[in-house]
Design a protein around this ligand. Structure first.
Ligand SMILES: [Zn+2]
Length: 294
């Protein structure tokens, strides 16, 4: 009589557990699939965990962007990062994960989670002259620059370039929170998609984790800007810099100086605007720091 190989038995048990929907999980063991934390705020981040040793690779799709899973070592669960955009409507969500097993079989796994509404603050700014009320010419320039920025994010790699925790690029007081709705000269603007950290001009800005410089350049709104790809869907951005110390394509290590604090572009004084995206979703960079420090 033909007997099932241990590997096949494991696959069968995994399939029963995964599809029965009532798997009993022993205390201390991660569930077969999970989102940690189980609820995610708008503009925040979570880990997707797939604890299935029979799976060799997995991927999901969210808002036309692929979420790729990685494994820290041979026995570790498959993990991926889930970003929730600051404008993502709150409520119950579902992701469909495509999984390839060691035997080449393909299956899909659904994973449910909840996005919670976040109450972002408001801020009123007065900028001199016509700076706060862009005319048609500046609007066109902003649109052109926006298109350049969106193209930058299409060049990211799925390979994991970072390791360990993410650190803050500079110390200092946060003067504008992530997601703040701004009114410039009374005109409502988009949400603030990063955090502003106050620091003297010339303060060195450090890379928060290992990565590769995606792009450096000067924009009318964000001034001297750096975009870093950390792999696995994580990108971080640094705006209003006085100087840029890295080049596009250059590898950076956590703690390396990438530039200095300034007030270039549309800015009211020296500060660092620090932004982050996870799989193209705009998230609070401090949520990224918190996620890896849990
Ligand atoms: Zn800012």
């Amino acid at each position: 009589m033909k007997t099932l190989q241990p590997f096949k038995i494991y696959l069968f048990i995994s399939a029963v557990i995964l599809f029965s929907g009532c798997a009993e999980v022993k205390t201390g063991e991660p569930p077969p699939q999970a989102i940690m934390p189980p609820t995610v705020c708008q503009g925040s981040a979570a880990f997707l965990i797939l604890n299935d040793q029979a799976a060799t690779e997995a991927a999901a799709c969210k808002d036309n962007t692929t979420i790729s899973f990685y494994r820290d070592n041979a026995t570790a669960p498959l993990r991926a990062l889930l970003g929730t955009d600051l404008d993502e409507p709150p409520g119950g969500k579902e992701l469909r994960i495509s999984i390839v097993a060691k035997d080449g079989r393909f299956r899909q796994q659904r994973i449910a989670y909840t996005v919670l509404k976040k109450d972002f603050s408001t801020q009123h700014l007065t900028l001199p002259g016509a700076k706060g009320v862009p005319g048609q010419q500046t609007d066109e320039r902003f649109e052109r620059e926006k298109a350049i920025v969106e193209k930058i994010f299409t060049r990211t790699v799925q390979e994991k370039l970072w390791c360990g925790v993410f650190i803050r690029p500079i110390a200092g007081e946060i003067t504008t929170d992530f997601g703040t709705r701004r009114f410039i000269n009374g005109v409502p603007k988009n949400h603030h998609t990063g955090i502003d950290i106050k620091a003297p001009a010339g303060t060195p800005v450090a890379a928060p984790a290992n990565g590769r410089v995606l792009y450096t350049g000067r924009f009318s709104l964000s001034g001297n800007s750096i975009f870093i790809d950390h792999g696995t869907g994580i990108c971080t951005m640094y705006f209003h810099l006085a100087s840029i110390a890295v080049q596009s394509g250059q590898k950076v290590k956590k703690g390396d100086t990438i530039g200095t604090v300034g007030s270039t572009g549309r800015s009211t004084g020296p500060h660092l605007h620090w932004g982050a995206r996870i799989n193209n979703q705009r998230v609070d960079p401090l949520a990224l720091v918190a996620l890896f420090n849990k």
